[in-house]
Design a binder for this molecule. Structure first.
Ligand code: DAH
Length: 381
């Protein structure tokens, strides 16, 4: 079983197989970097589980938009398997843009990937003739390992209210609507601010930040839709706006959930949210106290060619199926002056989201990570 996981995880494959996703076979190629962990969790999304915090926030956003005079169609069952065209080209992400990188995305093959944002569906829905809609779904990104990053999370996209071209009302409408949403979620007295941003698919683009625990936290991106996006969506005679937001971000801030792994602990979610009624703004999540400090392991190795930090996190996540790792820090990068070889040193902190873990509880995970790295051609130091 482990052997299979390690082999499938190999970075440099000499031959490719087929990946089976939702019962369908997909051909693998040089771009494939799905891990068994991700494949096993494909479709294990949270936005449709009753009283899951992600579902609660989703419903609150729906509720807000349901009160408006425009009606918004809702889409939340679109497949997370999308084309490169949908995820990037359709929303004008340049061919060489860093966001297309293999290090940040889960590619099925060179044509398909697991959507990295729900914006992947904008054009497809516009083409179907939708004009104002909310699109919610699970999204997948390769990233760091800490208490606020998980390779699968949830986004909400939309709506785009389409006006006749030339209308000046559109920016006011965007600001008024999204300020209303922020107040609906965080209360009338929320401290928030507008920031200028850049997205390839909107111009101008903005972000809203809310003040949280002494700091400004970005919670939503938005802007006036680029004309080319509307052209791609066969709505070239219109102008409109769009927004996108991460539901975990909102839920963490609103319910005081300090560790993103908790969204995946169904027993806790059940226990704390099951009988959830009343004002969601009054509700606070209670994180059990974990008395034990995290167990720490350092691991240094010579990296194989083309190796990226995110490859280490994927190897670790693939083995750590119970989410015992709280965070990982890359503490040292060093290139040998003579051999030119580069070494990375990672410090892994083990502590469950619900309970402390001791050295003996996690030693086997650390050994398995070492073995997997060796399989990849990494020379342990
Ligand atoms: N897709 C963006 C992201 O994942 C969020 C976003 C920003 C969506 C602006 C939008 C938008 O529709 O207009 O970061």
């Amino acid at each position: 079983m482990f052997g299979r996981i390690l082999r499938r995880q190999k970075l440099f494959r000499s031959h490719f197989r087929n990946a089976s996703l939702f019962g369908k076979e997909y051909k693998e190629d040089h771009m494939t970097n799905l891990t068994p962990r991700i494949i096993n969790n494909l479709g294990n999304h949270k936005h449709r589980i009753p009283n899951h915090p992600i579902e609660i926030i989703k419903n609150e956003i729906y509720k807000y938009f349901d009160q408006s005079s425009t009606s918004f169609a809702k889409f939340e069952e679109l497949s997370p398997i999308v084309t490169v065209e949908q995820n990037f080209d359709s929303v004008l992400i340049p061919k060489e843009h860093v966001s297309r990188d293999k290090k940040d995305n889960y590619y099925i093959n060179e044509e398909l990937l697991l959507r990295a944002h729900t914006s992947a569906h904008q054009v497809e829905l516009l083409r179907k003739g939708e004009s104002s809609f909310l699109c919610c779904g699970d999204v997948y990104r390769r990233d760091t390992m800490d208490r606020s990053h998980y390779p699968i999370f949830h986004q909400m996209e939309g709506p785009r209210k389409l006006f006749i071209r030339g209308s000046e009302k559109v920016e006011n409408d965007l600001k008024r609507t999204l300020e209303g949403l922020v107040k609906h979620l965080f209360g009338e007295n929320v401290e928030y601010r507008w920031m200028d941003e850049y997205f390839p698919f909107t111009h101008p683009s903005f972000e809203i930040e809310v003040f949280y625990e002494g700091d400004w936290l970005e919670i939503l991106g938005c802007g006036i839709m680029e004309h080319r996006v509307l052209v791609n969506g066969k709505a070239e005679d219109k102008i409109g706006w769009a927004f996108g937001l991460g539901l975990e971000r909102l839920a963490m801030r609103l319910f005081d959930i300090k560790d993103i792994r908790l969204f995946w602990k169904s027993e806790v979610v059940q226990e704390q949210f099951q009988n959830f009624t009343g004002d969601f703004r009054q509700f606070k999540f209670v994180l059990p106290e974990r008395k034990i400090e995290p167990a720490k392991f350092d691991l240094a190795f010579w990296v194989p060619e083309g190796f990226h930090e995110h490859d280490f996190y994927d190897i670790a996540r693939n083995i750590d199926v119970e989410d015992a790792i709280e965070n990982v820090e890359l503490i040292d990068v060093f290139t040998h002056p003579k051999t030119g070889k580069t070494s990375h040193c990672y410090r892994t902190f083990y502590r469950g989201a619900l309970k402390g873990l001791q050295f003996k509880d996690v030693e086997h995970i650390d050994s398995a990570i070492r073995a997997a790295l060796q399989e990849q051609g990494a020379g342990l130091r």
